[in-house]
Design a protein around this ligand. Structure first.
Ligand code: NAP
Ligand code: GLV
Length: 312
C-alpha cells in the first residue's frame, strides 16, 4: 500500500504539533493541513474536529475519519457525512485521567460545600455547615463508558456512594448500575450530585431538564462535562432559582466560546470552565491515532469505531 495521506482540520491551532508528533511516529505519512490539500482524491484519512458540512464528502477516496476528541457529535453534525466511511473516536488514557481528575475535583468541591464557603468568605460570614461523610453522599454518573466508568471508580476509591446510568446494563465494582429508560427515575431519585458524561445523540439531547431535576433530591448539584446540548439552560436557571438545584459546574456549552453576555458567567451558583475537563494532547493522542492508522493499513478492526446508528 502506498504511504497514507492524512488531511488535518480543526478550528484549534494545534496543526504543527500534530504534524511533528505524527512525523516522529510515522515518517512515511503524508500529513497535510486542510488548506494544503490540492488533490482531494489523494486523501485517505481525515483527522478532524468540527469539520464544516460537506468537507468530508468532498474527499472521494476517504478510508477513515478520525475524531480529534472522544466525542463525535461534532463530526456527525455534518448531514453530508459519507456513511460508508468508518468513524473512529479518540480514546486516550491520558484524557481519561484528566477527566477523572476534573470530575473528582468538582464532586469534592460540591461535597465539601466549597462554593457556599467562598460566598460566605466574600460576605465575611462565619457559618459552618453540616458535613456528611463521603459514604453518605450519593453521586450519580450519567454514562458509564471510558470516562464515566473511570470517574466512577475514582469516586468509589474516595468512599462515595456511587451510581451510574448507561444504555445497556453494566456491572462495575462498587457502583450501583442502572440502565435504560426503566432505570432512569430510580437513578435520579438517589442522586445528590449528578455528573453528565454522556455522548450527545438524539437520545440524550436535553436530558438535563426540569423533568430530570424534579426527580432528584432537593438541592442537588450538577456537573456537566458531556455536551452543552445535554442541558436545557432555561430549566437549569429556574431550578437554581427555586433551590431544586443548588450548584452547577458547566464545562460545555451549545455555542463555544460562551457569549460574553450569557447569564451563566455572572451566576453566583454556576461555575463555568472553558471546555477543558479533558483536553486532547497531540503528544499522547498521536500514539492512539498512529495505532489506528496501522490498523487501517493492516486491515484490522478498530476497538473505538463509532456505531453510526447510535451516534457514539
Ligand atoms: P463512551 O465510552 O462512548 O461512553 C458513553 C456512555 O454513555 C456509555 O456508558 C453509554 O451506554 C452511555 N449512553 C449513550 N447513550 C445513552 C443513552 N441513550 N442512555 C443511557 N446511556 C447512554 O464515551 P466516553 O469516552 O466516556 O465520552 C463520553 C462523552 O464525554 C463524549 O461523548 C463527550 O461528549 C464528552 N467529553 C467531554 C470532554 C470535556 O473536556 N468536557 C472531553 C472528552 C469527552 P452503553 O455503555 O450502554 O453503551
Ligand atoms: C472533548 O470534548 C472530546 O470530545 O474529546
Amino acid at each position: 500500500m502506498a504511504p497514507l495521506t492524512l488531511a488535518f482540520r480543526s478550528p484549534g491551532d494545534h496543526v504543527e504539533k500534530w504534524r511533528a508528533a505524527l512525523a516522529s511516529l510515522l515518517p512515511d505519512l503524508n500529513f497535510l493541513s486542510w488548506q494544503e490539500v490540492t488533490d482531494p482524491a489523494a486523501v485517505d484519512v481525515a483527522l478532524c474536529w468540527l469539520p464544516p458540512e460537506g468537507w468530508l464528502s468532498s474527499l472521494p477516496n476517504l478510508k477513515l475519519v478520525h475524531s480529534l476528541g472522544a466525542g463525535v457529535d461534532h463530526v456527525l453534525l455534518d448531514k453530508l457525512y459519507p456513511a460508508q466511511v468508518p468513524l473512529v473516536r479518540l480514546v486516550d488514557p491520558h484524557m481519561t485521567r484528566a477527566m477523572t481528575e476534573y470530575v473528582t475535583f468538582q464532586v469534592l468541591r460540591l461535597h465539601l460545600t466549597e462554593p457556599a464557603y467562598r460566598r460566605q468568605q466574600q460576605a465575611g460570614q462565619w457559618k459552618p455547615h453540616t458535613q456528611p461523610r463521603a459514604s453518605e453522599r450519593r453521586v450519580g454518573i450519567l454514562g458509564l463508558g471510558e470516562l464515566g466508568a473511570a470517574s466512577a471508580a475514582s469516586l468509589v476509591d474516595l468512599g462515595f456512594d456511587v451510581a451510574g446510568w448507561s444504555r445497556t446494563p453494566k456491572t462495575l465494582d462498587g457502583v450501583a448500575c442502572f440502565s435504560g429508560d426503566d432505570g432512569f427515575q430510580a437513578f435520579l431519585a438517589r442522586t445528590e450530585i449528578l455528573v453528565c458524561l454522556l455522548p450527545l445523540t438524539p437520545a440524550t439531547e436535553g436530558i438535563l431538564s426540569a423533568a430530570a431535576f424534579a426527580q432528584m433530591p432537593r438541592g442537588a448539584g450538577l456537573i456537566n462535562v458531556g455536551r452543552g446540548r445535554h442541558l436545557v439552560e432555561a430549566d437549569l436557571l429556574a431550578a437554581l432559582d427555586s433551590g431544586q438545584v443548588s450548584e452547577a459546574v458547566l464545562d460545555v456549552f451549545p455555542k463555544e466560546p460562551l457569549a460574553a453576555d450569557h447569564p451563566f458567567w455572572q451566576h453566583e451558583r454556576i461555575v463555568v470552565t472553558p471546555h477543558v475537563a479533558a483536553l486532547t494532547h497531540p503528544g499522547t493522542a498521536s500514539l492512539i491515532v498512529a495505532e489506528n492508522l496501522r490498523r487501517l493499513v493492516q486491515g484490522e478492526p478498530w476497538p473505538d469505531r463509532v456505531d453510526l446508528a447510535s451516534g457514539y
